[in-house]
Design a protein around this ligand. Structure first.
Ligand code: 5U1
Length: 678
């Protein structure tokens, strides 16, 4: 077939693109496309050149395996070239059968003879390396480069603890060990966390982090990145009594102290290879390192020699890849999901893309800071990653593919679900809806919290019932709880008359409560039970609290700027005030008064620790009593504790109090202290 002008143009375009990606990957250590995309372009160019040979030129990227040398690293010529491995494009069991057929045909075994013995290995996602040992001593480590000439990276490889500087046992005069340097996933996570802390760039995946480390000029950088190594072959050797098979060769390397992977199998025939492929696919996500497939090799070296090579790929080996875990697609838009706690999460809407074995249309972007850190714009072409069952994520933009039509994301100022004001607190990356009492997304959470034992204490209003009431549209805000009647409740599925009556009684009982419980029940972010009590004591009435500004709020003991901001934000939201009015209108009341405890309360400023069982006071009652006299209750004994109140079966807290010589009270003693002053 003769090449058309369109073919010539396409081949030139593919070469330009591949050269650009090669430069970004090998020289800049900053890849611009995922492997799967690169492979597709590469294969398209290969196919064009195969069908229209006049397009083939010696400078085509298809004529070179690997990449250019990094400026500054010294070139090393490999005495035995570092070959690449053929990737089987048919990813089904048919691909394995095709490999077996090719092997049998080349060995003239015929279809019915004994099965060929193969070795199944893992295909590690790292950087190929050749380690040269002379008289057992590591003298040089080189990258693969273009297969003929690599780069001298001995200075960095010496920092890898897993690689012996001296071989164990009786080493041959010369052996070159070949394998892959990789970074474990946990090491990668830790490295990225450190990079983030230091305000430095994070790496897109463990392979890039490993490759970048090995190809540094300064070994101190490599030394800071924990790298690992697995051997899978050998290059030049002298005086080595070569074992008979690939499997025995790996065992021999292991005896020299070289790491080899335990996941390998001797497989008789293609069926056993398929079983190995499937078993490894199942465990892929639980391995501590990334693999991108499995490798099948004819096990016997004499057969390998008979099979030989085609160009730079041996006929005796093939790689069978798993579905790519990274792909490129367009980020069409960013929408906001509102969680049960009011967190606004930006979600990328993606042009559907097949990645990690499924079609992905949405991926989380976590929060505003994360979007800024990744530098993602709406309409960008982005790399999407989906590994195992982990939710898909946007790794980053492909900046080179920008057209100018991209736009930045702006976090909305209001909740997209309920229209309430959205607030980002200074200590958090997350933006939250402030309409906690009103927002449909937060309804279930808000109701469960409101009805909780330490809040309004509505016994019987639990998870399942809240689900039914909210999903049936019967209850939208806590105020609706007080409008429930027997008929409505008894009509709910699985609700007996007796349970409905009990629930109504519990609702009725909750109608009158304390100010502290009511404040806590509102579910204001960062306002726990203790803060609610402090607020109730300090302000005495809900209206005064609702009108307090951030400065005033910070005068309450233990209320800092973040808590104050939460409270002010909550009451500034008109939707929340409406619900509070509805609660009042529904007859919910709470005890109000002047600030209950003056600064000179009998126990003011004193810290108490409760331990054991008191004769009449329950733990909560004792706590409330102490707090109503201005004291604080702490969970642990320290030198700062003023009193330890000990009841029956008091444990280690009492022992510690005695050891520290603290004042120890029984229940009567506590009452005396609270009455007469501490
Ligand atoms: N496990 C393994 N990975 N891997 C990669 N073996 C192996 N062999 C390779 C490559 C490139 O090449 C030889 C077949 C030459």
């Amino acid at each position: 077939m003769v090449a058309s002008p369109a073919d010539i143009e396409r081949a030139a375009q593919l070469r330009r693109e591949l050269e650009g990606h090669d430069h970004a990957y090998y020289v800049l250590d900053a890849p611009t496309v995922p492997d799967a995309e690169y492979d597709r372009l590469f294969r398209e160019l290969e196919a064009l050149e195969r069908t229209r040979p006049e397009l083939l030129s010696s400078d085509s990227p298809t004529q070179r395996v690997g990449g250019k040398a990094m400026p500054g690293l010294v070139p090393v010529r490999h005495a035995v070239p570092m070959l690449s491995i053929r990737t089987e494009t048919d990813t089904t069991s048919g691909g394995v059968a095709a490999f077996d057929t090719r092997v049998r045909n080349a060995l003239e075994l015929g279809p019915d003879g004994a099965p060929v013995e193969y070795l199944g290995e893992l295909k590690f996602d790292g950087l190929a390396i050749s380690l040269r040992y002379e008289n057992g001593v590591l003298v040089r480590a080189a990258t693969r480069g273009d297969g003929e000439t690599g780069e001298d990276v001995t200075h960095n490889v010496r920092t890898i603890r897993q690689i012996p500087l001296k071989l164990h046992g009786k080493a041959p005069p010369l052996i070159e060990v070949r394998g892959e340097i990789y970074m474990r996933r946990d090491a990668f996570e830790q490295l990225n966390a450190r990079q983030l802390d230091a305000g430095e760039k994070v790496f897109v995946n463990p392979r890039n982090a490993a490759a970048g480390a090995v190809r540094q000029l300064d070994p101190r950088i490599a030394a800071k990145r924990p790298l690992s190594f697995f051997a899978y072959g050998f290059g030049e050797t002298a005086g080595w009594d070569l074992p008979a098979t690939q499997g025995e060769m790996l065992d021999a390397l292991a005896r020299f102290g070289i790491p080899v992977c335990e996941h390998r199998v001797v497989a008789l025939g293609p069926g056993a290879l398929v079983a190995f492929h499937d078993r490894i696919a199942d465990m892929r996500d639980s391995l501590p390192y990334d693999i991108d497939g499995v490798v099948y090799k004819v096990n016997r070296f004499d057969l390998q020699r008979r099979l030989g090579f085609v160009t730079r790929e041996p006929r005796w080996a093939v790689a069978h890849k798993y579905p790519a875990q990274e792909e490129i697609t367009q980020l069409l838009d960013i929408w906001i999901s509102v969680g049960r706690t009011g967190a606004l999460t930006p979600i990328a809407r993606l042009k559907p893309v097949f990645v990690g074995g499924v079609t992905v249309t949405n991926a989380t972007l976590h929060n505003e800071d994360e979007i800024a850190r990744k530098g993602v714009l709406i309409c960008d072409q982005v790399i999407v990653r989906r590994a195992g069952d982990v939710i898909p994520e946007v790794v980053g933009p492909v900046v080179e593919r920008r057209t100018g039509g991209e736009r930045p994301f702006v976090m909305p100022g209001t909740c997209p679900i309920c229209g309430s004001h959205a607030q980002k607190q200074s200590d958090e990356a997350v933006t939250r809806c402030t309409g906690g009492l009103f927002c449909p997304a937060q309804r279930k959470q808000a109701l469960l919290h409101f009805a909780g034992r330490r809040a309004m204490d509505i016994e019987g209003l639990g998870d399942k019932l809240v689900d039914q009431l909210v999903e049936g549209g019967i209850v939208r805000t806590p105020a609706d709880v007080y409008k429930l009647g027997l008929v409505k409740l008894a009509n709910l599925p699985r609700m007996a008359d007796k349970s409905a009556a009990n629930l109504l009684a519990a609702i009725e009982k909750s109608r009158h409560t304390t100010l502290a419980r009511f404040i806590f029940a509102l579910g204001i972010r960062n306002v726990g039970e203790a803060t609610a009590k402090d607020l109730a004591r300090y302000f005495g009435s809900l209206d005064t609290l609702m009108d307090a500004d951030v400065e005033r709020l910070q005068q309450v003991p233990d209320v800092g700027p973040i808590v104050a901001q939460s409270i002010a934000g909550f009451f500034a939201e008109a939707h929340n005030r409406e619900v509070i009015e509805q609660l009042r209108a529904a007859g919910v009341t709470w005890e109000e008064g002047a600030p209950a405890v003056p600064a000179s309360g009998a126990a003011s400023g004193k810290t108490f620790v409760l331990t054991g069982t008191l004769p009449t006071l329950g733990r909560d009652d004792a706590k409330e009593l102490i707090e109503s006299h201005g004291g604080k209750v702490s969970g642990s004994v320290s030198k700062k504790t003023d009193y330890v109140v000990a009841g029956a079966d008091a444990g280690s807290k009492l022992a510690k109090a005695e050891a520290l010589g603290l004042a120890i009270l029984d229940e009567d003693g506590l009452r005396r202290v609270l009455q007469n002053g501490a």
